[in-house]
Write a protein that binds this ligand. Structure first.
Ligand code: PRX
Length: 650
């Protein structure tokens, strides 16, 4: 193993930090020995119309039931908007930075209140009721945040679908949660390129309706002004609807356990799952982690570069920061447009204090050279964050030294769509850093490492990462399929939440996430099931069978390596490879583009027909010497062909 770089908490980071080392230790102990008392206190950080008397009612056994603050009544939009009006109504809530560097605007809390209230009324007057599912398929424009908050305000449940997903993927998500209202834009704009969101929506609705879904309305925001197809009676122009709407819209009284949103995410098998988060616990957890992990102080400018289509955008662009009355920056573009210095230019332009991004972006920008960084002063930066995949120590050190000038701590935050908020992370003023480690658990989080048989590992060890007790931000169910929730997360290791990640704990009790131990890929921080890519490939008429594995990729973290067996009589060619790449992109979206395709006359299978992925992974990693025992294969000879024709030979 490479040498571990330890960076002690500096005096400047301790100064004014919200949490120091002693407070971290004390609060952490309290949160574990008396979760009820700890969260009874911290649940008060949000406003409740009716205060809760019950705090924690959770069980990982049997039917698995997770309830927090269950008799409390609140509203997420009230907490993110209305409650700030008196104290900071004229303060900026959202700084929007457009794709074009000349395009930006600021939205105050007063303006945000007006917009979300009007939009809440637009939704209501078009028949959206409490509990209805609204699909949001939007570019990174303020209207995306308004849409989420307006749903929360009227008690509708939003399902945000990343704007990079294909019509097919969007259709599947509309169908699964029986959503009959879609909010989109004419087109998106990213890196100077247009994304045909309305056209994709039209196609998706056609696909979904063939499968029995019914979409009543599509509300279309004008972003580029492109001429788009219009279905009279179904499509509604956002601007015209907002014009008519009143700005008085009382936030709905929501029980703490009423659903707030559904967000689809990939697992090792089957279709993406609708992860369901609820109102009270989610907001308490998102806001508390946002404040302490980023050491957020009043007036700080905070920028998370994620897209609202992912959970990071939900918890750390919209809900966490706005619940804290923060100034949150929303960026429409990409880090390398117009050039690789964009992020640092934006940091200077808006005096960003806290910057949160993904390792894949850090590696890509590192590759572009230091000059892009150095042309900006970055003097406003105080805290840097990382999320989405393991960060390699080289990228960590570059981020720390070159971007942060060794002045800003890096919080490497480990969490998942399912966890609602950050679970393992340093706190800037409290926890010494080790490059590449997510360090220590947040308050209330009890990680445990187990071996493959479920045996608990103590002390320094490597194993499968479980969490032994609930925290308020935890998902409550898989939408419409509670059995799948139990099976996926609580059946591998009875009575524990299994994360799907492998992890090492060192002698100091620091956690080092090593990546997924299941068939989930993490490509540029985007989570994807190998089964999803495989089913996209076999949907192509020339493909008879496919097996997909990940392999280490310098920038993306993992690349997508596809073994494809063609139908009898079909020939593999470079042309066909291109066709298959295009096919996967159109089935799932560009994020699922295969990096390597190998035509394979046969796949290594056991005698019972199970594909031996271990072997495919080793070949994809260009490590054929480590294939191990192949004698249990039905036809060991297929391996030689695969090894000889591997696409990753160094
Ligand atoms: O494998 C872990 C990885 O991303 C997975 C969760 O993906 P998703 O639900 O899309 O959420 C991503 C943003 C929270 C995890 O199971 N992951 C996330 N953060 C880290 C990470 N791996 C290592 N270090 C991290 N900081």
């Amino acid at each position: 193993m490479s040498e571990v770089h330890v960076h002690r908490v500096k005096d400047e980071w301790k100064k004014d930090a919200l949490i120091d080392a002693a407070t971290y230790e004390k609060w952490y102990q309290d949160s574990i020995t008396d979760p009820e008392g700890f969260w009874r206190e911290h649940g008060k950080r949000i406003d409740w119309f009716t205060p809760y008397t019950k705090v924690k009612n959770t069980s990982y056994e049997g039917d698995v039931s997770i309830k927090w603050f269950e008799d409390g009544v609140s509203n997420v939009c009230h907490n993110c908007v209305d409650r700030h009006l008196e104290k900071r109504g004229d303060q900026t809530a959202i700084i929007w930075e457009g794709d074009d560097p000349a395009d930006d605007k600021k939205i105050t809390y007063h303006e945000l209140h007006e917009q979300v209230s009007k939009l809440g009324n637009v939704l209501k007057s078009n028949g959206v009721k409490k509990g209805d599912r609204v699909t949001i398929y939007m570019p990174m424009i303020p209207e995306a945040a308004y849409a989420m908050l307006a749903c929360a305000r009227i008690g509708a449940v939003h399902s945000v679908v990343f704007g990079g997903f294909s019509p097919d993927s969007l259709a599947g998500r509309i169908e699964d949660c029986k959503s009959d209202f879609v909010i989109t834009a004419d087109e998106g704009l990213r890196g100077g390129k247009k994304v045909p969101l309305k056209a994709n929506t039209d196609k998706a609705i056609e696909i979904a309706e063939k499968a029995g879904a019914k979409v009543r309305n599509v509300l279309v925001v004008k972003r580029t002004g492109a001429d788009v197809n219009w279905v009279d009676g179904r499509d509604l122009a956002y601007e015209a609807e907002m014009e008519k709407a009143s700005a008085e819209c009382e936030p709905e009284k929501m029980n703490a356990e009423d659903p707030l949103f559904i967000l689809y995410t990939s697992g090792s098998t089957g279709k993406p799952k609708g992860v369901l988060h609820t109102t009270g616990g989610y907001l308490v957890y998102a806001s508390m982690t946002h404040q302490y992990v980023f050491d957020y102080h009043e007036g700080d400018v905070y920028w998370c570069t994620a897209d609202v289509g992912w959970v990071t955008g939900h918890s750390y662009i919209v809900y966490g920061p706005l619940a804290n009355g923060a100034i949150t920056l929303m960026f429409e573009g990409v880090p390398n447009y117009p050039d690789a210095g964009r992020c640092w230019d934006v940091v200077d332009k808006h005096k960003v204090n806290i910057f949160y991004t993904a390792p894949t972006a850090i590696r890509a920008l590192m590759g572009a050279g230091d000059d892009y960084v150095k042309r900006a002063s970055r003097s406003s930066l105080r805290v840097l964050g990382s999320v989405g995949e393991p960060i390699n120590p080289e990228a960590w050190e570059w981020y720390y030294k070159v971007v942060g000038d060794e002045k800003s701590p890096i919080v490497d935050t480990w969490w998942q769509t399912e966890t609602g908020g950050i679970l393992i992370t340093p706190l800037p003023g409290a926890i010494d850093l080790k490059a590449g480690s997510a360090t220590k658990p947040f308050f209330g989080v009890q990680p445990q490492l187990v071996d493959n048989e479920g045996g608990v590992l103590e002390g320094a060890a490597s194993g499968n990462l479980c969490i032994v007790d609930s925290w308020p931000g935890q998902m409550r169910t898989v939408y419409g399929d509670h059995e799948r929730f139990i099976q996926t997360y609580f059946s591998t290791y009875k009575g524990k939440y299994f994360t799907g990640d492998g992890c090492r704990r060192d002698e100091d009790g620091y956690y080092w996430i090593t990546g997924r131990v299941d068939d989930v890929l993490n490509v540029s921080g985007h989570r994807m099931g190998t089964a999803e890519v495989e089913s996209a490939l076999v949907a192509h008429p020339k493909v008879s069978e496919a097996a997909v594995v990940g392999y280490p990729h310098d920038v993306k973290g993992q690349g997508i390596y596809c073994y494809v067996t063609l139908m009898a009589g079909e020939e593999g060619s470079e042309e066909l490879k291109k066709e298959l790449v295009a096919h996967v992109r159109s089935e799932i979206g560009p994020i699922a583009s295969p990096d390597k395709i190998q035509f394979a006359p046969g796949l290594p299978k056991t005698r019972s027909g199970k594909i031996m992925r271990r072997i495919l992974r080793k070949i994809a990693e260009d490590d054929p010497k480590a294939l191990g025992d192949t004698s249990t294969l039905a036809d060991p000879a297929v391996v030689d062909d695969l090894v000889n024709n591997r696409q990753n030979k160094k």
